[in-house]
Design a protein around this ligand. Sequence first.
Ligand code: NAD
Ligand code: ZN
Length: 242
Amino acid sequence: MIQNAIDILKTSKILFVLTGAGISAESGIPTFRGVDGLWKNYSVTDLATPEAFAKNPALVWEWYQWRQEIISRAKPNAAHTVLVEIEKKFDKFLLLTQNVDNLHQRAGSKNVLELHGNIFRSRCNTCGMVYETITKTEAKAANVPTCTCGSFLRPDVVWFGEPIPQDIWQESLSFLSKADCAIICGTSGVVWPAAAIPQIAKTTGTKIIEVNLEQTPMTPIVDVSLLGKASEILTEIVSHLR
Ligand code: NAD
Ligand code: ZN
């Protein structure tokens, strides 16, 4: 099976990659649907929503600070590093990530688009002003950090029920339509619209390689499904590319 993926990649010049929480699992960052998906008995769908923030912004911030700390301590793993190598082997390359952890950028990937924002940025709930970082003391002192306009700041991420950034989505689709191959790695395929990518890729003849620990709803329509750890599979693949 892995040979099929290598054959596809060897004849590809334009590569699109979509990553999800699974690629950062080996860095110790919990996925949403894995066994570590709960925090203080809250499920993520009780926390990562505009309704949860409206009801209890301090609780939502407490959860985000806990995640920011885990993510700050984490390091990119072999899967992130290998994607940096893979980027250099193609004429054109785009990495669209659903992750908010910044690990692709920290590993050194260049052409990265974030579909769900970045956990280290904040933005004003009222005026929309974006803040690159909020120090821990600023956030902790107030329980909920505030904007210069006086309104609450929220994490600059896309919550359940919110629209994704249209400019990033359109740019990704336009790239995907020209891509020879798409690798979909570590995503459960239940979060839209990223889950629609395999179907979209099919319409332009883009070959799809899925890398995941287990089968997903996307598996039946991909060209090659590789079951296993992202780090191991991507390392094996790159060793066969010129
Ligand atoms: P998900 O939690 O729904 O699914 C993770 C997928 O990764 C699963 O299918 C699982 O089988 C697979 N997986 C786990 N470990 C793996 C490994 N070592 N190698 C290969 N595959 C592995 O994640 P999702 O599909 O990305 O969707 C959830 C949303 O949650 C995302 O949109 C994202 O914004 C957010 N999220 C982000 C982070 C992060 O930034 N690291 C972490 C958790 C959730
Ligand atoms: Zn403001």
